[in-house]
Design a protein around this ligand. Structure first.
Ligand SMILES: Cc1ncc(COP(=O)(O)O)c(C=O)c1O
Length: 405
């Protein structure tokens, strides 16, 4: 029987192949150090958990909640934007709470896409950026992921050669997986371009607060006039170590926010009210929790770069996010990122995410997530050192092994 139309457009996650190997190694008793998935390992701060526990005792919170988010939560998100970015938002019309930013992004794609609409999407990027639109009947045109001098010329080419003209442009800085950060000047150029060409900007700012070296990433909404064409997505998952709670936001242009709210009103009743109340309390807090989360990732980043470097694998220090985007060491690059990742699981007992899982232009890299503690990261480095030392000598065999799969 032929596969369903939509399911055919959703190839199995590339990461699944590494996950399967990981599971089978673990079932043999291997102690796999898992730096693969971007699943924060830190506990949610106690004050947020306590708030949830208090609120959940009130039976009035057990009813259906509101799909757009309770007013106090939308106000808290608007206050966060005012504090952090100097951006004024109307909590009534310019803020929607989402069930994690991923849900918000995917339903925004559903709300605005007509069959065949062209969407400009970075490559490599977090998979929902492309697949949210592919599921909605859109067509993806890949653009480069780095926010450098080549970006605007690439957009100009895309507008000239896309039929129909692109509907939307996706931005994701700090980027998953590349960890690239964009400057406000870059955003100014992009907003001018989008306004001139009547293109919607969808900015994924999930890593707004996970930055190092004292350089907070800007919001594209800081650019005057951006509000006319932009919606930005943020997430509680990384900022407050709340990935399982499923809480995020879309903010920005009223017409786009209204479209998302309309779709969501048909699909969900919003997050469980105690989660929304606890999330509002987190956003209204003094920022000490965010600082703590950030400093843990900062220390892990430094340990990763230093220990992997000593092991013979030079990993550029990411300026933000919870990921390092690591070029595959030269002798192994020809294997491609999937085979290299499989080898790391089998021979070094370390799991990473193959770059090709984020798009074809990611295949020379793997993404290393900072989701194990410093001790485990050092342990991974020692194990990789042993792997590199032995595998380079027997590289021909390794490649043969990979080719035989
Ligand atoms: C760039 C990016 N956007 C969105 C998400 C999803 O976040 P949420 O848990 O808010 O759905 C992730 C999670 O890894 C991400 O890396």
């Amino acid at each position: 029987m032929e596969e369903f139309h939509k399911v055919r457009r959703l190839p199995p996650y590339v990461f699944e192949q590494v996950n399967r190997l990981k599971a089978s190694a673990r079932s043999r008793g291997a102690d796999i150090i898992d730096l693969g998935m971007g699943n924060p390992d830190l506990p949610t701060p106690k004050a947020i958990v306590d708030k949830l526990c208090d609120v959940v005792r009130d039976p009035r919170t057990h009813r259906y909640s509101t799909s757009r988010g309770i007013p106090g939560l939308r106000r808290a998100q608007a206050a966060y934007y005012a504090r952090r970015f100097g951006v004024k938002l109307d909590p009534e019309t310019q803020v929607v709470a989402t069930l994690g930013s991923k849900e918000g992004f995917a339903n925004m794609a559903q709300a605005i896409t007509a069959p065949g609409d062209v969407v400009l999407c970075p490559n490599p990027t977090y998979p929902i950026h492309a697949f949210g639109f592919i599921m909605s009947g859109g067509v993806i045109r890949s653009i480069q992921a780095e926010p450098d001098d080549g970006f605007i010329p690439a957009l100009e080419r895309a507008v000239r050669h896309s039929i129909p003209k692109p509907l939307a442009l996706i931005l994701n800085y700090p980027s998953n997986p590349t960890a690239c950060v964009a400057s406000l000047d870059f955003y100014k150029d992009i907003v001018a371009f989008a306004r001139k060409n009547d293109i919607i900007i969808l900015s994924d700012l999930a890593y707004a607060e996970i930055y190092f070296d004292g350089n907070p990433p800007p919001s594209v909404l800081q650019v005057p006039g951006a509000m006319d064409v932009t919606v930005e997505f943020t997430s509680m998952s990384k900022t407050f170590s709340m990935p399982g709670w499923r809480m995020g936001f879309a903010v920005g242009n009223e017409r786009l926010i209204a479209a998302l709210a309309r779709v969501k009103s048909y699909l969900d009743y919003g997050a469980f009210t105690p989660i929304q109340v606890a999330a509002a309390a987190a956003l209204n807090s003094d920022g000490a929790e965010i600082e703590e989360v950030r400093s843990v990732y900062h220390r892990r980043r430094d340990v990763l770069v230093e220990s992997f470097g000593r092991a013979g694998w030079q990993v550029p220090p990411p300026p933000a996010t919870m990921f390092a985007w690591a070029p595959i060491p030269e002798p192994f690059r020809q294997l491609g990122s999937l085979e290299f990742s499989k080898l790391l699981v089998e021979k070094a007992e370390v799991a990473v995410a193959p770059g090709v899982g984020f798009g074809e232009h990611g295949d020379d890299y793997v993404r290393i997530a900072l989701v194990e503690n410093e001790h485990r990261i050092r342990q991974a480095a020692r194990s990789i050192k042993r792997f590199l030392a032995t595998a380079e000598k027997t590289l021909d065999n390794v490649i043969l092994l990979a080719a035989r799969r």
